[in-house]
Design a protein around this ligand. Structure first.
Ligand code: PLP
Length: 396
């Protein structure tokens, strides 16, 4: 199917059909090309492909048909022109920065991002790239932080773990009001099923495929989706030279994940909404952070910008760290791990795990307190998750 006809289809259909290239074997499921290199029929053909004068696969660091199928499927879902797959979400973010910035350039980033991304942005200072961190929802702070060397605005929306919502269209307009300044959105929590940042004006979408794109907690991977020109000129040469590449096996797992993405995101969101509404009335719970709740500060924006509110629910306990750990230690259906987006529900204490390596004052400025608990709602029955949370909350 051509990219133009694919683009007219619904997201469930795109997830099942984009990037399919049946071979002569007429297989009905995507094949895995588990090979490190590809052969040529002649020296002349090898020379032409290596020189970029003829199409063909060379070496799986930068050309592999299974990886390409995943790239095509994700690009179609994100309504982007092209994609490159990477070994992890972090390598997608690093590749984005290395491809677009040079020494002396500046990034303005939301403060409310994944802890390791904060660490990566801080590490870039030694290569001459400085980052200013701002409050995700404070448009004036974003505008004030931009300098003549700002090349990127970077954000996650909803933020992890507090589910704050950024106005993507407004931030895209702000970025585009400055020369050579682009908006990069980490779309890990929503996935293209719930939100397509490129349609809202963002320039680049990055993913940790490790989360919902896989959806069953099996593989680590990442991706960058943007224009074909940017992929060709900025990111592909870096992929070829530096090798932050996705393995074909992982690409195949993610391809299968994309086939069920729409169904899963709808199910995660429906259960999360139910559980957030239950948590908010629990006497041991102080505050619930979920954009689907009417009292969420950016509920109206989330309703406008997203198709549903996602599968992550965070809440603070009345009490300190001990109260949060008590819940973490006593749920039976939630696994204690730092991942999210799995079919199995997950419980995390962000202050001592995913955001544990940040300085205490950095965590405080992000609102990640010791009594905060993050839930990634899986595909189990919501009633079972609620009775499990009920018994764990009752331990306090
Ligand atoms: C929002 C977000 N972006 C990026 C990453 C990094 O992805 P990966 O673990 O695949 O490198 C994570 C990981 O938790 C994340 O939550």
């Amino acid at each position: 199917m051509s990219p133009d006809s694919i683009a007219k289809l619904g997201l469930g259909t795109i997830g099942a059909h984009a990037g399919v290239h049946q071979t002569n074997e007429l297989e009905n499921s995507d094949p895995i090309f588990l090979t490190s290199s590809f052969s040529f029929e002649s020296a002349a053909q090898a020379a032409a492909v290596f020189a970029g004068e003829a199409d063909g696969n060379i070496y799986s660091r930068f050309t592999n048909p299974t990886v390409r199928s995943f790239e095509e499927r994700l690009a179609a879902l994100e309504a982007g022109e092209a994609c490159i797959a990477t070994a992890s979400g972090m390598s997608a973010i690093l590749t984005t920065i290395l491809g677009l910035l040079e020494s002396g350039d500046h990034i303005v980033s939301s403060r409310s991002i994944f802890g390791t991304t904060t660490g990566l942005l801080q590490m870039l200072a030694k290569f001459g790239v400085q980052t200013t961190f701002v409050d995700l929802t404070d448009m004036n702070a974003w505008a004030r932080a931009i300098t003549s060397r700002t090349r990127l605005l970077f954000l996650e929306t909803p933020s992890n773990p507090l589910n704050e919502i950024a106005d993507v269209a407004a931030l895209a307009a702000l970025a585009h009001g400055h020369p050579n300044c682009l908006l990069v959105v980490d779309n890990c929590l929503c996935t293209p099923v719930l939100q397509q940042p490129l349609r809202l004006g963002a320039d680049v979408v990055v993913h940790s495929a490790t989360k919902y794109l896989d959806g069953q907690g099996r593989c680590v991977g990442g991706a960058i989706v943007t224009t074909a020109e940017r992929i060709r000129d900025k990111f592909f040469p870096l992929l070829r030279a530096a090798g932050p590449s996705m393995s074909p096996f992982n690409a195949w797992v993610f391809l299968k994940g994309l086939e069920t993405l729409k169904l899963r995101m709808e199910a995660h969101s429906a259960s999360a909404q139910h559980i957030a509404s239950w948590l908010i009335q629990h006497p041991r719970v102080e505050r619930v952070f979920y954009p689907g709740l009417a009292d969420h500060p950016q509920h109206a924006l989330a309703e406008r910008q997203q198709r549903a509110f996602g599968g992550v629910v965070s809440f603070t306990m009345r009490g300190a760290r001990a109260a949060a750990w008590q819940v973490v230690d006593h749920t039976k259906l939630f696994t204690i791990t730092g991942n999210l987006g799995d079919s199995r529900s997950i419980i995390t204490h962000p202050a001592t795990t995913t955001h544990g390596r940040l300085k205490a004052e950095q965590r405080e400025s992000m609102g990640i307190t010791d009594s905060l608990v993050r839930l990634s709602i899986g595909l189990e029955d919501a009633a079972d998750l609620i009775s499990d949370l009920d018994q764990a909350l009752g331990r306090n």
